[in-house]
Design a protein around this ligand. Sequence first.
Ligand code: 1HE
Length: 268
Amino acid sequence: MTQQSHPILDRAKIHGVSLEMQGAVAVVRLCRPAKRNALNDALIEALRDVFQNLPEEAGAAVIHGEGDHFCAGLDLSELKERDASEGIFHSRGWHVALNAVEQGRVPVVAALHGAVVGGGLELASACHIRVADETAFYALPEGTRGIFVGGGGSVRVPKLIGAARMTDMMLTGRVYNAVDGERIGLAQYLVPTGGALAKAVELATRIATNAPMTNFALTHALPRIAEQPADHGLFTEALMASIAQSAPEAKARVRAFLEGKAAKVQKS
Ligand code: 1HE
């Protein structure tokens, strides 16, 4: 691991977000374990700053939490008496930070364990891949706390599990365990206890070897295409496909396969 030093990263670390490079993977850690990595305003801003300033050499990122839990969501001690406009700007601040994760320069893999709740689930759902260990559990306690999601959860969580399941989680306080979380689509990978970070780094290391244009297409074009009417989506797909395949790296990779120098797809 290479510890990164930069004024923005140094400031982020003070507020509970650290960054280390592991090869081409930026490993971002929430480090507020005494508060179960609850997200206060300073930590949300630090997260935004880190993802907006990833080192040049990063080809993928991993986000994980220190201690026994990934993240306990919004820091409830900061839930002040806000008027409507302050509430809107607070939520919009989360949107900017989580957009920096979702729409940044590189794909992001979340390594989940323990509580993945409230804003913690909103953060996890802004990542492109979620790896959970057997200790992970998922909930949206906003419903029982008399509030609503405000960190993009109502946009992103239904895309993973459907609006009906999210409604159930919020109306009834339902908690999904790790096995059921993977079954319904909250995580794509389920690994033994303690294994989420290593698996996430393994996946991110592989992702970092993809052609950058392919990673861009998957993180920026695909989510938009999936939202478009079919005719528009097919048109955007054609544009993206043509841009991706015209990159010199794509030509070199296809040539390597045709010359028998690239790996075949293996049966799993
Ligand atoms: C916190 C928070 C928090 C812990 N804000 N301080 N999220 C929630 O409603 C989840 C609230 N947290 C919990 O249910 C539990 O803390 C956990 C299941 C995550 C972990 O339990 P445990 O037994 O390991 O820890 P703990 O003893 O409950 O908490 C340890 C300390 O962290 C304690 O503080 P201390 O000073 O007494 O040591 C807790 O008060 C503190 N802590 N979670 C503030 N969330 C953009 S909108 C998003 C809206 C939401 O995310 S709402 C959901 C908020």
